[in-house]
Design a binder for this molecule. Structure first.
Ligand code: NAP
Length: 285
């Protein structure tokens, strides 16, 4: 990478950020996609967001990503927030347009793009979402725009699933949204075409855990897990062994990052080679 006086700075802010893969993804992509930029991680504490935003303008940082715990708080420091991010109440991407800071959210879109790449259709489908945290909210929001017939949110804490339903079940939705607790073993789940694990269950180091017993799901369902460490969770291994189509979380992670790059640079970003490179990195780490 040649860094010159013209090179633009991009970054991630959050706390913690030490283990983030974002610099690896973006710096590799900048090189592959011929973008004159460099991407760094900055650990920013809650009481320093305003100072950081001033620095973005002073240094002319062209864009940045926002991760936990600043996705909501950043909004009040921005000049404009895109409609989707506004509805979601969370921003993960900020573009600096001549000093004006504009917020977007690519979290759910990254998941959706991954499904489209794997030829999974959402329109008219029945979807089971396990989990009701930040990632679940972003994914559900994006899925609803694709008009599924029905969506069930299962979560350990029922009130969080209900909150998402109440916030996102806007009048124009044609999707029937239901909620239930994760431990209701009597609920029949065999009608769902697409299953998404949005909980942390099965994530490294607890790789022997599964969010749901595989026998409760249809053998025809597409089973997806947004966890990317490990690349294939126990849920996905069990599903694959009995013939389900399975999709892991690495594609979502990379797509949401590359969608940020598309916003910053207004260029189409090639992703296949980057996904392969990052997969190899994760396995070798
Ligand atoms: P979050 O906001 O903290 O939500 C965590 C979710 O997991 C909640 O639904 C929580 O249930 C549930 N959960 C956690 N431990 C549980 C347990 N032992 N039993 C039952 N439920 C449990 O986190 P998040 O940001 O949504 O992230 C969730 C997962 O997605 C993480 O593994 C994260 O690494 C992954 N992720 C992947 C990507 C990607 O790009 N692939 C992006 C974001 C996140 P309660 O509500 O009951 O606490």
């Amino acid at each position: 990478m040649d860094i010159t006086y013209k090179t633009n700075l991009y970054c991630l802010i959050g706390d913690p950020v030490e283990k983030s893969l974002s610099p690896v993804i973006h710096n590799y992509s900048f090189e592959k996609n011929d973008i004159d930029g460099v991407y760094l991680n900055f650990k920013i504490e809650k009481n320093c967001i305003r100072d950081f935003v001033d620095t973005v303008r002073t240094l002319n940082i062209k864009g940045f990503n926002v991760t936990i715990p600043h996705k909501v708080d950043i909004i009040k420091y921005l000049d404009k927030v895109d409609e989707k991010a506004k509805k979601l109440g969370a921003v993960n991407t900020v573009k600096n347009e001549n000093g004006k800071l504009i917020g977007y959210n690519t979290d759910g879109l990254g998941y959706l793009k991954m499904l489209k790449e794997k030829n999974v259709t959402i329109d008219g489908s029945k979807i089971l979402v396990i989990g009701a945290g930040g990632a679940s909210r972003g994914i559900i929001f994006s899925l609803l725009e694709e008009r599924p017939e029905k969506l069930l949110i299962l979560n350990r804490t029922l009130s969080k699933a209900e909150n998402i339903k109440n916030e996102l079940n806007i009048e124009k939705n044609i999707t029937k949204i239901e909620t239930d607790t994760l431990d209701n073993k009597n609920r029949d789940l065999r009608e769902y075409d697409l299953v998404i694990n949005c909980t942390a269950i099965g994530m490294y180091p607890n790789i022997e855990e599964v969010p749901i017993e595989i026998d409760r799901l249809s053998k025809k369902a597409v089973i997806t897990d947004i966890i990317y460490k490990p690349l294939e969770t126990k849920l996905l291994k069990e599903a694959k062994n009995r013939g389900n189509k399975v999709i892991g979380g690495i594609g979502m992670l990379i797509n949401q990052g590359l969608l940020s790059e598309e916003i910053w640079t207004e260029k189409d970003i090639e992703s296949t080679e980057i996904i392969n490179y990052i997969k190899e990195k994760i396995v070798s780490d």
